[in-house]
Each structure stands twice: as structure tokens, then as C-alpha cells.
Design a protein around this ligand. Sequence first.
Ligand SMILES: [Fe+2]
Ligand SMILES: [Fe+2]
Length: 248
Amino acid sequence: MAVQLTDEVTWLAESYPHGERHLHVSVYLLEHAGTRILVDSGSFYHREQIDAQLAETIGDAPVDALVLSHADLPHSGNVPEFRERWPDLTLVSSSGSPAVVGLGHADVTAKIGGTMDICGRTFSFVDPPLADIQHTTWIFDHSSGVLFTADGFGNYHAPEHAGKPFGAVDGGIPTDDIHDYHRNALRWLCYVDPSRLDPAIDALFEELDVSVVAPTHGNPIEAADLPEYRSRLREAVERIAQADPHDL
Ligand SMILES: [Fe+2]
Ligand SMILES: [Fe+2]
């Protein structure tokens, strides 16, 4: 389902079963001044559903740019199809060696830690405190204040919580759903000192004026709900760090 997050940002919220719970694989659509930008392309397994949501939001209009958080297939799986469909598409990758990660056709390389204009919009490419692979970036859209956090800030969710921002879920997304996702998706968290991770995340939010956190695999979190989400994430990370890695 397509969910409007801000005037210019729409969440294309694909949700699929993952055991007894569900997991989002999201694509975000940014529209302004007649231009359309996608953040991540979704998995090719979900192309039909993503296409249905694109048809619902932009009809037959072409997308001008596709900005990738990283090269994993749930994020880049529709790149070949989208490049063929929209020949003028600009593909922005954050990898310093795009060919090595299967993105040799990237038109533009975004420097992690840098800022760049894409279709008349300013984006910053953040070195992420939570990521699963190298060359991942969190993408900050200065115009809307939305921070796209790729595999960070995700969660599993009950099927009835699909397509709902964190604040629209009664009681918010439970800590267990945040814990289990981070334990499985970010395997290194069991080796982390939580007291060092938290200040790194704090510093990021002090620097950026974030209106919404938009994860690929979670329910988006509006600024007003961030303190609650952060507190649940803190508890989740502490639990992961305390567990014996062999039990995870
Ligand atoms: Fe990933
Ligand atoms: Fe992912």
C-alpha cells in the first residue's frame, strides 16, 4: 500500500510473511517540481506489488533518479528492470566500487559523508551507525527532513501493523519486534558496547533536523515518536549485547 509520509514523500510499503510475523521491504517515492525520485528499488520478488503502488501514485510518469542505500538485492533487485523501463533514469550508488557490488551501470557515485544535488533536491549521505554491509549509506533528504535508514531502525511486525507508521500502531511497535529484527539482520550487534552506539546515534540526530525516520525493513517513525523508538532500540541492543553469541 502507498502511504503518504510528508507532502513530498510516499512510502511504498510492501509487507511479506516472515515466519509468524511480517517484514517490510520498502521503496520510498519523492516528488517535487515535476520530478520523481525513488530511494531503493525493492526486491524483484515483490516487483508486481511495487509496480501496482507506482501505478497508484505516479501512473505512467517516468522516474528521474533512483538512489540506492546499498547493493543488497532487497534494495537493488529492480535496478535492471527500472533502467530499461525509464531510459533517462539516473542511478545513484554509494559504493566506491560499484562494479564489484554488481552496480557497474551506476551513473553517479555518492560520497558517504558528502552532500549532493539530485534533481534539484539536496541529499546528504550519512555514514550509518547501523548497517549490514560496507558501502551502506543513510540518505537524508534536506527538503522533507526524511532520513532513509536502510537496514537500520527496522522491525518485524504483526500482519495488522503493515503499512502503519510507528505512531499509528496501538502502543507502538513492541520492543521484541525491534530486538528480533536487529538481532537477525545486524549480526555484529552482539559484539557491540551499547554505551558507545547510543552517543553515535545521538550525534546524528543533533546534526540533522529529522522529521521522519524511514527504514527499508520497518515502520517509519515520526520525530515525535523517536524518543520512544530509541528507548526500545536501546533496550533491544542491550539484550543482544548481553546474549551469548552462540545462542543468537
Ligand atoms: Fe542489507
Ligand atoms: Fe535490507
